[in-house]
Structure formats: structure tokens, C-alpha cells
Write a protein that binds this ligand. Sequence first.
Ligand SMILES: [Ca+2]
Length: 317
Amino acid sequence: MKLLRTLGAALLFAPALVLAAQHIVIENAGFAAPESIVHDERHDVYLLSNVNGRAIDNDGNGFISRIAPDGTVLVLKWIDGGAPGVTLHAPKGLAITGDTLYVADNGDAAGNVIRLFDLATGQPRGEIPIAGSLFLNGLTALPSGEVLATDSGWRLSNTTDEREPTASGTRQQADGSTWTPTGRDAIYRIGADRRVSVFARGKDLLQPNGIALLPSGNLLIASSSSPTLYELTPDGRRTQVRQLPDRGFDGVGQAPDGTVFAAGPEKLYRIRPDGQPEAVPGFDTHVADLHFDRKRNRLLLPLLRAHKVIIKPLPLP
Ligand SMILES: [Ca+2]
């Protein structure tokens, strides 16, 4: 593992502030298609989901890494799909509520699955199948203990097996899989009692990917197929639609100073509170499901195709 750190004027301050102000790159650490990273504030570690291979494959090799805030990988495969009694295929969105980690993963023909793990030990704590779901993607926890899960509505197939007519918006991936939009876009709500209900459903969700709770109580959502960010009110009505100069968004969220960050297919965008989007310099690869360390005021960025994690102090220059 190699850590690259850039120290700025923060060297003059206390050690904790120096640490918080470091730009950290974690590479050559064994990450494999890292998709989502969250801050477990209770244990003060970062948890990172690794798809490991293709999103389509139920290959049992997905894993969750546990990372210290200084960038040290504490345990690469802290939760390991290859371990006895653990199932993880292509883990994507992560959320934490109480002492439980929620992980969006592939399931079976009936639908995808949210897998639950003990936040302290990483031991499995059950799973929640979501019947009819196709591509569970982003997760976010609400103060009520509920968790919301986006379903981007993609149907994945092996390109060589593709028998359906090519639908508009179909993506032939370089890994030999075909992603076909189905219109079965949804956002599911998982209750604190683990019951599943539909929060929102329909094509006008624009194949939702990243989802984040805003201070207003609205949900900020990024479309994985159109040049759009939008908000949903707590009762599921669409509002505050923003158009961006790109399409196919992944992670999204709002920093403590109000700046919105949204991960495009090859660029990372920021939108200041006064409006205009701009690309953050230095990103030419796919950033997936970004989140924040709000204690240290940092942006946590998983680079899906570069197999890296970048931690950036906020605010950006
Ligand atoms: Ca995998």
C-alpha cells in the first residue's frame, strides 16, 4: 500500500488538524472495483464496498474493507464474501443505522438483496430480499432508522446471451455485459422493523443512483442515465430539478458548507450554493458512491475503475 499525502499550510496547526487537512490517495491496496465508502462514526473508520469483478456476476467474492482515517487499510477483507457463512457478490451502496451496516447486493432471479452486518464485528445479521428489484444501487439512512435504496432499473445480461431487441439507452459494457433499462426504476424504503415498502416508483425517477438526505429533509438523487439531479420530498414528490453538462451520474451529496458534489461518468462535479456546476480538476476516471467524513470535513471518493480511494479535505480550493 502506498499513501501519498500533500501537506499544506495546515502543518502549522495541531496534529489532528494536519491529519484532517491531508489529501490522501490509497492505491495498490488490493481494492477491487470499490463502489461506495461511508464513515462509521461510532468506530471512527471508513467502510468501503468492493464489487470485485463484474456487477452481473454472483461470484461470491465481494468484500468490505475497513480503513483508518489516516488512510491505513486496517483489514482489506473485513467482511469477505469468500468466508464461511458470508454472502457478498457485487456489493454497492452502503448505509449505517444504529449498530448495523446495510449493503446493497445481487440476489437471485426474484430480486436483489440488502445484506446486514454487525457494525462492530462485521458478522452477518441477516438479509432483506427486495422482490422485483433489479439493480439496487445507492443507500441512505434516515434519522428514523429507516433506510432508502435506489433501484436503477437496469437488467444485466451477458452480451453474448442478449436476445432482447436493443432498447433505447442500452449500454454494452467493456466487460462483456449488457445493461438494459427496463423502466422499473424505484426507491424502496426499509423500515426499522426490516419491512420493505415502495417510497417512489416509475420511469420519471430517471434510473436513480446516488441518494443523500439533505438538511431540509428532502432526498437528493442523481440519475444514472440522464443529465439530471433532482430532489424528492419526504412524501416522494419531485422538486428542484437541476440539469448538468454530462449524463450518467453516480454518487451525490451535499457538503457541510452547502456545496453539492456529483460524480459523473468521467468527472467529479461541484455545484456551489449559488448555482453553476464546475468540474473538479484532477479527475478523469469514474468516481462512484461518494460520501463525507463530517467530523473532519472531508470528501470520501471511491474510484471504481482505478481501484483507488481519494480523501479530500473540504472546502476545496
Ligand atoms: Ca464480485
